[in-house]
Design a protein around this ligand. Structure first.
Ligand code: AMP
Length: 295
């Protein structure tokens, strides 16, 4: 920790957070919000740094949101590491960390849910049916709890960022959404709290996600324009990792998430693969001017 940065203040309730932020608000300071589920890694911390660079006060939330997990998913097993998280947040200078209990977020009579339309339906939405309803609801609640002017999300969860942007536009939520680049391990694996589930062997095999995305970029650079041909070659790369179950390989419009058949405009390439039962997602944007990978 840098000698000048004070410890972030850990708060457990919305009332305590609002009281803590009153001074910042009174003085006209900007508040940046970084919503997370904890077990923080450099991907999360990059969002904190982006907020620090732009806002006067940075609030990080750590809440493993039950309503975005489906039956049989990893809610109970999800890694929790508050002590290490607080140390990492002190290092990068977060100001407040809201760690609410489940009861603080969802009262016993909670009965209001946010359903986002078409961008929440394909990809993750198709494989995790109530996932985005849980995400949109908790994120809107966090926006209302914190009252930030800017909120930071990672491109790692590309569809999630799109769902949040749609919600913010449709419901006139007064907040700006920033989407920050995917932070990767040196060998290309996208950082994820779920990587902790991987055995050393599975960790190695998980590289097929990134390799398949790189291949998609290379194929487009070489002139391949058929989304089906690209997806087939990606499938072959992913199949090389034994015990890899592909949930989807998708080439879609980056704004609507509608399938692309001919790659002639910027295209989102997104994959979801279970490696030894650990579900990993990754994506990249192909296109712009040069049809190379942009991340
Ligand atoms: P999570 O704790 O998984 O809910 O993630 C909290 C935020 O961190 C989300 O906006 C994610 O998209 C973002 N995030 C997770 N992993 C990464 C990564 N490798 N690079 C950049 N952002 C990430």
């Amino acid at each position: 920790m840098s000698p000048t940065s004070p410890e972030p203040k850990l708060v457990r309730t919305v009332a305590e957070l609002r009281a803590s932020l009153a001074g910042v608000r009174r003085s006209g300071g900007t508040i940046g919000l970084v919503p997370t589920m904890g077990a923080l890694h450099e991907g999360h911390l990059s969002l904190v740094r982006a907020s620090k660079a732009e806002c006067d006060c940075t609030v990080v939330t750590i809440f493993v949101n039950p309503s975005q997990f489906g039956p049989g998913e990893d809610l109970d097993a999800y890694p929790r590491a508050l002590e290490a998280d607080m140390a990492a947040l002190a290092d990068c200078g977060a100001d407040f960390v809201l760690v609410p209990s489940e009861g603080e977020v969802y009262g016993p009579d909670h009965a209001t849910w946010v359903e986002v339309g078409s961008v929440a339906q394909p990809l993750e939405g198709a494989h995790r049916p109530s996932h985005f309803r849980g995400v949109a609801t908790v994120v809107l609640k966090l926006f209302n709890m914190v009252g930030a002017q800017v909120a930071y999300f990672g491109q790692k969860d590309y569809q999630q960022a799109l769902v949040i942007k749609r919600m913010v536009a449709d419901l006139d939520v007064p907040i700006e959404i920033r989407v920050c680049p995917i932070v990767r391990e040196p060998d290309g694996l996208a950082m994820s709290s779920r990587n902790a589930y991987l055995s050393p062997d599975a960790r190695q095999r998980a590289l097929v996600l990134w390799k398949s995305l790189c291949l998609a970029g290379e194929l487009v650079e070489q002139g391949q324009r058929s989304a089906r041909a690209i997806a087939e070659k990606m499938r072959a790369v992913i199949a090389m990792a034994g015990d890899a179950k592909i949930d989807y390989i998708a080439l879609v419009d980056p704004d609507t998430l509608e399938p692309v058949t001919v790659v002639e405009r910027p295209t989102l390439v997104a994959v979801a693969v279970q490696i030894d039962g650990t579900r990993l997602i990754d994506n990249c944007l192909i296109g712009d001017e040069g049809l190379g990978i942009r991340n």
